[in-house]
Design a protein around this ligand. Structure first.
Ligand code: AMP
Length: 560
């Protein structure tokens, strides 16, 4: 087994890693550290969060930097404030025995004056979000003249968030840069371009497979009908009483709505979304970190950069359109060697999407049955019993009360006491789940057996006459009153279902009621529409332009 010493890490840092309980380097550390310690080699590390990449660049940086010089020598740029703070926290731990080294975090949403003051005290390592860093450069509050090492952490996230210009600006304004280290979970073309333009023949290392999920994560999914999504979520939460998890939604309205509903029903949950002030966001994150909140519900944007250890579950309330988003979401769990579960609640019509993600992640997704009410009660029951047995009673002055208790319960049997204890805890579940219905969608097996997905045909059979569209109307199956139209616009064009619906309705001046289901993919979509108005829709949309591109719409079933 490789050791940190064997990788060339010096004694003061090893003392720190020992104290942190790091026994052996992780694979990314093993591969990156010897390269980075040279100080002059550019480096690209394709690694997910949770692989130990902060130490992979943090340890070599600390070793390379001169404690005597009080100028910034290393710049770590990362996408979010949370990640910024996280990195500083880890570096502080690593540099515990290097008193002369100082590190500071600069990020948006906090007082710039304070950060300028911190910078003036003399720091060697600056950890920054791109926007705030540019602010500081423009105010001449940070000196990049002596920067030798630039680390771009979560480069794909930064580029996704539109920080490309800022990153290029930063790279152009570090004239003494001796090496650039780029870390990214994925390698989209934009990241590749940055590395090509600003790095000299970088050593490239991939830990696991780029674009694939972490092996410590078990991918599971539940199939329900769309009107049962919320109930399914609740049932999954109830079935996993020890869960400490993040639920992802596509919209902030969903995040807010579900958080409110679940809070009303007694769950410890709060939402993280773009409308929160920095103070509110910090408060929510603080509560989640110290586990006052069992659950956090967040949109993808709001959850960027969150790094909380020990997350047991990630729940996709809906599947994201993009496989990379799925990878980011699921990567919040199963960190640093621990096991995690990424669950998705899918509608039978979304299974084709799930299969696509599964293919990209290159790991099997396991279908689980949505637990029945009885299953939930049983699970809660066992959980409670275990908790009861493990309750620490060594601290309280229970002995004083024992005689009193004994007297009070003199005529009640042990079984009776147990029943009552359980009843006080369980009434809520028993009552709630007494008549709980089966939430598993019944169409799933038939849908999976069909091979029509590859042709872009996601029609669901009406095998039991129950399949309904999202507004609760019975779904025609495409062979009744609906025509199915193909359009060459999709999520890549910036549309979500609602905005897309509005867009085509505005264009065709048709009523919402004439539409059936809409299936959106990245590049194309399929729309169900009343046959009587399908022609009108095609005539008003086909041939129009969107962002300079010609829109093509035609009847999907009559396409060559
Ligand atoms: P990161 O990829 O930097 O987000 O690291 C994920 C977690 O792994 C952090 O909590 C680190 O403290 C932990 N970690 C990093 N390196 C090691 C190691 N060699 N052994 C054990 N834990 C580690």
């Amino acid at each position: 087994m490789m050791t940190f010493e064997g990788l060339g890490i010096d004694a003061r840092l090893i003392q720190a890693t020992d104290e942190l309980g790091y026994v052996n380097p992780t694979p990314i550390q093993e591969q990156a550290i010897p390269v980075l310690l040279s100080g002059t080699t550019d480096f690209v590390g394709l690694a997910q969060t949770g692989t130990g990449k902060t130490a992979a660049f943090g340890l070599p940086l600390l070793q390379l930097i001169s404690e005597e010089s009080k100028h910034p020598q290393a710049l770590i740029v990362c996408p979010t404030r949370e990640l910024c703070m996280q990195i500083v926290k880890e570096i502080e731990l690593f540099k515990k025995h290097m008193r002369g080294l100082h590190v500071v975090a600069v990020y948006g949403g906090a007082s710039i004056t304070m950060q300028i003051r911190d910078l003036r005290r003399g720091v060697q390592i600056v950890v920054a979000t791109p926007g705030r860093l540019i602010d500081l450069i423009e105010r001449k509050a940070i000196d990049l003249e002596q920067i030798k090492y630039v680390v771009l952490d979560e480069a794909d996230e930064m580029l996704n968030m539109g920080f490309r210009d800022d990153i290029e600006f930063i790279l152009k304004n570090t004239p003494k840069r001796e090496s650039t280290w780029l870390f990214s979970a994925t390698m989209p073309p934009e990241v590749r371009q940055v590395s090509k333009r600003y790095m000299k023949t970088p050593v490239e290392i991939t830990v696991g497979k780029a674009n694939t999920g972490n092996k410590n994560i078990d991918h599971q999914y539940y199939v329900c009908s769309s009107q049962h999504r919320y109930e399914t979520l609740k049932r999954i939460i109830d079935f996993n009483p020890g869960m400490y998890g993040i639920i992802f939604t596509r919209t902030k309205l969903d995040a807010q709505g579900i958080a409110e509903k679940l809070t009303r029903e007694g769950y410890d949950i709060d939402a993280l979304h773009g409308d929160l002030s920095q103070g509110q966001r910090d408060a929510v994150m603080g509560q989640f970190r110290d586990k006052t909140l069992q659950l956090l519900i967040a949109t993808d944007v709001a959850a960027r950069g969150i790094d909380v250890k020990e997350i047991t579950h990630v729940i996709n309330f809906e599947l994201p359109d993009d496989v990379e988003v799925y990878t980011h979401r699921s990567g919040r769990t199963g960190r640093a060697g621990s096991q995690g579960i990424s669950m998705s609640i899918v509608h039978s019509r979304e299974i084709f999407k799930l299969r696509q993600i599964e293919k990209m992640v290159q790991q099997p997704f396991h279908k689980l049955d949505i637990p029945s009410g009885k299953d939930v009660c049983r699970k809660q029951f066992f959980y409670f019993m275990d908790k009861l047995l493990q309750t620490d009673v060594s601290h309280g002055d229970y002995e004083t009360y024992l005689p009193m208790l004994a007297e009070k319960f003199a005529d009640v049997s042990k079984e009776e006491v147990l029943k009552r204890v359980v009843a006080t805890e369980f009434d809520r579940f028993l009552k709630y789940y007494e008549n709980a219905s089966d939430l598993n969608a019944r169409t799933e097996t038939r849908v999976r057996e069909r091979t029509t997905y590859d042709r872009g045909d996601q029609r669901v059979d009406r095998n039991d006459g129950r399949t309904r569209d999202t507004r609760g109307r019975e779904f025609s199956g495409g062979d009744g009153n609906y025509a199915r139209l193909f359009v060459n616009l999709g999520t890549k064009d910036g549309f979500y279902k609602a905005s897309f619906l509005q867009f085509i309705l505005d264009m065709s001046e048709l009523k919402k009621e004439s539409l059936g289901r809409i299936d959106m993919k990245e590049m194309n979509s399929w729309i169900e529409i009343d046959k009587s108005v399908a022609d009108k829709m095609v005539k008003s949309v086909d041939g129009k332009t969107f962002k300079g591109r010609r829109i093509r719409m035609n009847d999907a079933n009559s396409r060559g």
